[in-house]
Ligand binder design. Structure first.
Ligand SMILES: Nc1ncnc2c1ncn2[C@@H]1O[C@H](COP(=O)(O)OP(=O)(O)OP(=O)(O)O)[C@@H](O)[C@H]1O
Ligand SMILES: [Mg+2]
Length: 328
């Protein structure tokens, strides 16, 4: 098989949290990303979903080294970029871009659209004709040249996200981390921005990590979906298998929260009890067990490993790991 574009191996990001002071000072670790591994092929989209605080953004940022991972490897086009110096990494970042949720906060309000899109080209001192490239980019994202001399506040949320996309595309990246790019937009506008991202992906062979809270948002754009819970991937598989044959009780609960489009259709709704526990003191055993209706004694003590339940479909749950099957 072709070499993957990206291979993330055992990625961890622990944030220090200081409790108390003086002689009572104690450092604890918030395990925002705790041993995440996956591969991604060129042209593919991996959806990354889970509730707020489960570590999606930290995963995306650690892959691009916008924050330094605590440990793990990020193999991009065959090279472990974690080993690169800051200077080498800056060069590499041309090929790895990020689009944020809030296009207003991420666009400098004092810069015109032209300046915003041209900035990465200037920083990397490309030999290209910058004016021509900026005009080409603004049209690629469905806006027009007449928009170039305006400021971000003159645009709607969807248009601002298009400007953010044009800027991310400026240096011809290979990988784009889309961190909730449509979460702040109206539903009708969400679909337009997702369609735009899909068109650009086809045209340029882009590879996406597409982060969202909600499984329904990633359904149409992703070939594979990873579900995160408290810093770990708890289920990962082809999108059809995640939607039609989810195994993890957490994935099932997320699926049951998606509204049914046909009127009158009935669906059993699984209510998740309680909040996500703190990643500073995650529960022993399977971190989902306090909220799981199917838990067994082993779940309280032992963190399950990921096991393959179908080709390319893995799940971190004792119900599938053998111990419970054998009746322990
Ligand atoms: N710089 C930081 N310092 C300390 N803790 C952090 C930092 N950044 C994130 N965290 C913590 O790491 C955990 C994961 O945060 P992250 O932003 O990755 O979650 P998320 O899945 O993207 O959530 P959301 O859906 O709300 O965007 C959270 O508990 C968060 O409070
Ligand atoms: Mg986030």
């Amino acid at each position: 098989m072709m070499q993957p574009l990206l291979e993330v191996r055992n990625l961890k990001k622990y944030f220090p949290v200081v409790k108390g002071f003086g002689p009572f000072k104690e450092i604890r670790w918030l395990k925002a990303v705790d041993d995440v591994s996956f591969t991604l092929h060129k042209g593919e989209t991996l959806g990354l979903v889970g509730e707020s605080g489960c570590g999606k953004s930290t995963t995306g940022r650690a892959i691009l080294r916008l924050i330094e991972p605590t440990s793990g490897e990020v193999i991009f086009q065959g090279e472990n970029i974690i080993a690169l110096s800051q200077k080498e990494m800056r060069k590499k970042r041309r090929e790895m871009q990020i689009i944020f949720q809030d296009p207003f906060a991420s666009l400098d309000p004092r810069m015109t659209v032209k300046e915003i899109i041209a900035e990465p080209l200037r920083v990397f001192k490309t030999r290209e004709n910058i004016k021509k490239r900026v005009e080409e980019l603004i049209e690629k994202v469905g806006l027009s040249r007449s928009h170039l001399d305006r400021y971000p506040h003159e645009f709607s949320g969807g248009q601002r996200q298009r400007i953010g996309i044009a800027r991310a595309l400026a240096l011809n990246p290979k990988l784009i981390v889309c961190d909730e790019p449509v979460s702040a937009l109206d539903v009708s506008v969400q679909a337009q921005v997702i369609n735009l991202l899909e068109d650009l992906q086809k045209e340029y062979g882009l590879t996406y990590i597409f982060i969202a809270h909600d499984l329904s948002v990633v359904k149409h754009i992703s070939q594979r979906v990873a579900v995160m819970y408290l810093g770990k991937i708890v289920e990962l598989g082809p999108v059809e298998q995640i939607f039609n044959n989810a195994k993890h009780p957490y994935t099932k609960a997320l699926l049951s929260a998606i509204p049914v489009p046909e009127p009158g259709a009935k669906k059993e709704k699984i209510i998740l009890e309680g909040d996500v526990p703190s990643p500073i003191n995650p529960p022993a055993g399977c971190s989902f067990h306090p909220r799981c209706s199917g838990k067994k004694p082993i779940c309280i003590e032992v963190m399950p490993d990921l096991v393959e339940v179908e080709k390319g479909h893995v799940v971190r749950c004792h119900l599938y790991s053998g111990e419970v099957k054998r009746g322990i």
